[in-house]
Design a binder for this molecule. Sequence first.
Ligand SMILES: [Fe+2]
Ligand SMILES: [Fe+2]
Length: 279
Amino acid sequence: MPEFRLTQISDTHLARRLTKLTDNFHRVSEYINATRPDLVINSGDVAFDGPTSRDDLEFAGTLHNALPVACRYLPGNHDIGDNPTKVGPPPSQPATEQGRQAFLSIFGEDRWRFEAAGWCLIGLNSLVMNTGLASEAEQFDWLASQLSSANGRPVALFLHKPLFLDSPDDPELAATSIRYVPMPARSRLVEMFGAVDLRLVASGHIHQRRDFTFGHVRHVWAPSAGFVISDAKQDVIGVKEVGLVEYRFQPEGFEVRHARAPGQIDVDLDSLLGAATKG
Ligand SMILES: [Fe+2]
Ligand SMILES: [Fe+2]
């Protein structure tokens, strides 16, 4: 395969009652239907509130199954619960094996590896990291065996949470620790991927578009496909807009294109929740 075209969507946060987010998903679906990539990846927060509402996961699953292109998924904190961190307060919905199993039953594997256009593409469940769940250790063992067979191929990593803000040595701060892969899992990942030709880390979760390079690795934060978070509730780090990201992988390199589906609207979380509460 000379070229592999991949579209990353993220943070769709689908729920039957949140029709503005469903509308944005339909605009994304139409765009995918028009552009026909080889694969769509949803990098997590597929559902609005999976840990509380299985119906949100099922609704999201139904909409994704209607896409005209094959799809792979990674869980987000709003799908299976969140990571505990060393410095922040305990999450109100910690990631659980039960939540993970619900995700698996609807979306399939929460970690995957495949090869395309000379690349090795790996997806990880970032929400089991630092939980102590059995699946956390299993995933690290699985990852070690996958990386040992990369055989010099360039590697692209997909996961819900970004690895870090600017650098692997960023301190973990109480106020922002839930934004990134928690320590010590972050250091372990950086060390493991340091042994292979890592070129790209693609994440979601922040609901801001960002694209920067650290060392030889490009870090792409996909925006939410569904909504943005107000400046009163969240720092401005990148660009607050809804959209998606398109990649073209070739044996000699890759291209990134930041895009928006025609008709996608920058729904604000505050207006969304207000509208939902009012009925
Ligand atoms: Fe999200
Ligand atoms: Fe998230």
